[in-house]
Design a protein. Structure first.
Length: 410
C-alpha cells in the first residue's frame, strides 16, 4: 500500500462532499455563495453561513491538469496581460470559454454563481482586479481587505488597520448574508481554524525526520482542506487522521524517497503542471523536497478565538509572502537548520512576482551570510510555455552533483 493511502482516500471523499455542497448551494440557493481568496477571511464567511468557493484553487487545478495554457489566451484577448498571474488569466479564460476541470473531477458543471466576492491582498495584489472582473460579470458586490505590504515587524497599528477593515466587512456582509454576525459563532469557527492550522503545521513538521516520510508534492495534495475548508470541523478532523498516519511513518522510518541522500527546500509557488516531472527527477536523484514556504502559508499560529478580528488580521499579515526581505532571509536561514536542508530551490514564477523571492538578491545574501547553497528554477504557476524541462533538469542535476561531491555522500 502506498504512503498516506488512507488519507488520500479520505481526502477524495472530503473534497467530493465540499464541491457537492457548493453545487447544491449554487443550484438550490440553500446558502449564499461567497467567492474568497486563499488568504481571505474564510472564518468570517463560514461564521456568517456562506458556502465559500476559492478561484485560486480552481486556477491551481487548471494548472495541475495542464488545461491552463490553452485558456490563458482567452483572457489575453479581453485585455488581461500575459505577464499577470496565470491563475487569474487561466481562470478568467475558463469562465469565458465555459470550461472547468471541476466537471471531470467532481461532477460540477460550473463554479457556483457568487452573491459576493471577498479578497485580501496579503498574499497577492492582483486579486483585486481578478475579483473585480467577476463583480462586473455577475453584477455582485466586491469587498476587499487591503493589507500593508512587505512588513518587517508587524506592528499594532498595522494589525488594528486590518482588524477594523474586517469589522467593516462583517457589517457590509449582513444584508448579503441576511443575518447578523454571531460573535460566539465566529469565536467557535476561529478556534476550529486555529486547531486545523496547528494540525497542518504538525503534519508539515514531519518533514524534519530523517528520512522524511513526506515530500513537498505530498503537501501540495493534502493542503486542499486547509485552504478551501478552513474553519470547519470536517477539515480539522481530516488533519487529525493525516497527522496520525504520517507520524506512524516517522516512527517506522518509512522514507518518501528511497535512499534519501539530499534534502531540498522549495521556495515559491508550485509549477502545477510539472509536479510529476519534479517528483520523478528528485526520486531518481534520491533527493527529497522536505519543506516549502508555500505550504507553510496556511500555518496561522496567531489565530485566537478570544480576539477573532485582531488575530485574523495578525495571522494574515504575518504570512511569509507579505514580509520584508530581511525577515525572509532570517526565516529561510532558520528553516534550513530546522529541516536539515542541503540547498534551496527558488522557483522564479514568471507571472507571480509577489511569491517569487529570487529577484532582489536573497539567494546571494543567504550564500554570503549563511553559507546556504541554492539554485533558481525558471517557470510559472500554470503557463507551461515558461518552462523548460531540459534546462531545469540540468540545473538540478548540477546542484546535486556539487552537493554530493562536497559531502562525500555520492
Amino acid at each position: 500500500m502506498s504512503r498516506l493511502a488512507e488519507s488520500r482516500r479520505r481526502l477524495n471523499e472530503l473534497l467530493k462532499g465540499y464541491y457537492a455542497e457548493l453545487a447544491r448551494s449554487g443550484r438550490e440557493r440553500t446558502r449564499k455563495v461567497a467567492w474568497c481568496t486563499s488568504a481571505g477571511p474564510a472564518e468570517l464567511l463560514e461564521a456568517m453561513g456562506f458556502a465559500t468557493y476559492f478561484p485560486e484553487n480552481h486556477g491551481a487545478l487548471l494548472g495541475a491538469r495542464r488545461q491552463a495554457t490553452g485558456l490563458i489566451g482567452q483572457a489575453n484577448a479581453r485585455g488581461y496581460s500575459p505577464d499577470i498571474c496565470s491563475y487569474l488569466t487561466a481562470d478568467i479564460g475558463a469562465h469565458l470559454r465555459g470550461e472547468t476541470p471541476l466537471k471531470e473531477a467532481y461532477g460540477i458543471e460550473a463554479p457556483p454563481r457568487p452573491d459576493v466576492l471577498v479578497y485580501n491582498t496579503s498574499q497577492c495584489r492582483e486579486v483585486q482586479d481578478w475579483f473585480s472582473f467577476y463583480g462586473r460579470e455577475f453584477g455582485v458586490p466586491v469587498l476587499g481587505i487591503h493589507s500593508p505590504w512587505k512588513a518587517g515587524e508587524v506592528g499594532s497599528e498595522c494589525v488594528m488597520d486590518v482588524a477594523q477593515q474586517l469589522q467593516r466587512m462583517s457589517d457590509a456582509l449582513v444584508p448579503i448574508a441576511g443575518m447578523k454576525l454571531d460573535r460566539d459563532r465566529l469565536k467557535d469557527v476561529v478556534r476550529t481554524s486555529a486547531e486545523t492550522a496547528a494540525l497542518w503545521k504538525r503534519f508539515l513538521q514531519c518533514g524534519r525526520a530523517r528520512p522524511s516520510p513526506i515530500t513537498f508534492f505530498d503537501a501540495t495534495i493534502h493542503m486542499a482542506p486547509v485552504v478551501v475548508m478552513r474553519g470547519t470541523r470536517a477539515a480539522r478532523n481530516y488533519y487529525r487522521g493525516l497527522v496520525e498516519e504520517t507520524e506512524a511513518l516517522v516512527r517506522a522510518k518509512t522514507p518518501a524517497v528511497e535512499g534519501e541522500r539530499l534534502r531540498f527546500y522549495w521556495d515559491g509557488m508550485p509549477n502545477w503542471g510539472k509536479l510529476r516531472f519534479f517528483s520523478e527527477l528528485f526520486t531518481r536523484l534520491k533527493a527529497c523536497a522536505v519543506s516549502s514556504t508555500y505550504c507553510l502559508s496556511w500555518v496561522f499560529d496567531e489565530l485566537d478565538p478570544e480576539k477573532p478580528f485582531r488575530s485574523m488580521a495578525e495571522a494574515n499579515l504575518k504570512v511569509f509572502i507579505n514580509r520584508s526581505e530581511d525577515y525572509k532571509e532570517r526565516y529561510l536561514a532558520d528553516a534550513v537548520k530546522e529541516y536539515s536542508i542541503d540547498a534551496i530551490l527558488f522557483h522564479e514564477a514568471k507571472t507571480c512576482p509577489y511569491n517569487t523571492n529570487s529577484r532582489f538578491g536573497l539567494p546571494q545574501r543567504l550564500a554570503e551570510g549563511h553559507g546556504i547553497r541554492s539554485t533558481t528554477l525558471y517557470g510559472d504557476l500554470c503557463d507551461l510555455r515558461c518552462f523548460s524541462e531540459d534546462q531545469t533538469e540540468t540545473a538540478i542535476e548540477a546542484l546535486a552533483e556539487q552537493l554530493l561531491a562536497g559531502s562525500g555522500r555520492g
